[in-house]
Design a protein around this ligand. Structure first.
Ligand code: C2E
Ligand code: MG
Ligand code: MG
Ligand code: MG
Length: 302
């Protein structure tokens, strides 16, 4: 194996110059992306469209749609679709994440109101970045404004915060979450199992949901360890009166294992991919719970 350090050494002085040139190209590219994102946030023509796509969460026992998660999408005019894995770090690095997060809050509420006019009552979960939590007054104000403007019941909104973020700055996070909870928003710990939770602290947070990280769900059928971890998390959640969601469910086997463990909600490509708002509305209307059961009987005893 040829490490970057080895190739730098072999190339002598030029190796480092080469490495540095690469770094600069990377930073330059990120800077371009940040400028283009700013333009998109400002609604400039030709900057491409920011969108939220919505992925269903399905009730583990009734198989009814229990709500959706809003996931950021950017249709870039030249780059094509740019996903959050590329956008969010750039937004965080170049000071755009608060503006982007505010757009997400307003857009999710606008969409809830639009669905309501079409007779669809929905719950939406929004992902929050650590930097939004560091400006609690602004964050609370944006939620209050958006809820009032679109006449949305706060109980229709959930905030997802990754475990690593929630546990990083315990005292500060606890204060913000208390305020968000007081507004009526539900709070969920995302990617649970990948961070280092203090259970004492977890118990203090006004959280109502844990989302088990996809990495554990993925291995459910092949790894006894993954099964043990997921089972323990489900039992921990229930012991603390929390609801538990499994993310990234892709196979009927995974769904069966999770249902057997009494996981409350299931989310993943097996049930539905993140989709544009209109498509989600059609999906919710046209998909009978029966079709999301994926039970053995539907598959001839598979
Ligand atoms: P997340 O909140 O854990 O979201 C789950 C990610 O897994 C999403 O990727 C989703 O499309 C993907 N996914 C869902 N089901 C499956 C499945 O069955 N299999 C596989 N392989 N993947 C699945 P996405 O949309 O690329 O988002 C990635 C991450 O970016 C999110 O992870 C979230 O942390 C962040 N993110 C997305 N939208 C926003 C946003 O509006 N604001 C902030 N701050 N972060 C966001
Ligand atoms: Mg999430
Ligand atoms: Mg997640
Ligand atoms: Mg995840």
């Amino acid at each position: 194996a040829d490490s970057a350090a080895q190739s730098v050494k072999r190339a002598g002085g030029n190796g480092f110059a080469f490495f540095e040139a690469h770094m600069q190209a990377d930073v330059r590219d990120q800077l371009d992306l940040a400028r283009e994102l700013r333009a998109a946030l400002d609604g400039e023509a030709g900057a491409g469209r920011l969108q939220l796509h919505y992925q269903p969460k399905v009730d583990g026992s009734s198989n009814e749609i229990a709500g959706v998660e809003a996931l950021l999408r950017w249709q870039h005019p030249l780059r094509g679709p740019v996903g959050p894995a590329a956008v969010i770090p750039v937004a965080e690095r170049f000071g755009l994440i608060v503006a982007l997060g505010e757009w997400v809050i307003a857009e999710a509420c606008r969409q809830l109101a639009a669905w309501r006019s079409d007779g669809l009552t929905m719950r939406v979960a929004i992902n929050l970045s650590v930097q939004q939590l560091r400006q609690p007054e602004a964050l609370l104000q944006r939620f209050e404004e958006a809820l009032a403007r679109y006449r949305i019941d706060a109980r229709q909104l959930t905030c997802e915060i990754t475990e690593s973020v929630a546990m990083a700055d315990a005292a500060a996070t606890e204060a913000v979450l208390q305020h968000l909870g007081a507004l009526g928003l539900a709070l969920s710990i995302d990617d649970f199992g990948t961070g280092y939770s203090s259970l004492a602290y977890l118990r203090r947070l006004p959280v109502s949901q844990l989302k088990i990280d996809r990495s554990f769900v993925q291995d459910l059928e092949t790894s006894a360890d993954a099964r043990a971890i997921v089972k323990a998390v489900v039992e921990l959640a229930h012991a603390l009166s929390l609801e538990v969601v499994a993310e990234g469910v892709e196979t009927t086997g995974q769904a069966a294992v999770l249902r057997g463990m009494r996981c409350d909600k299931l989310q993943g490509y097996l049930f539905g991919r993140p989709m544009p708002a209109e498509e989600l509305a059609r999906w919710a209307k046209d998909t009978p719970a029966e079709r999301l059961r994926f039970s053995a009987s539907l598959y001839g005893g598979l």
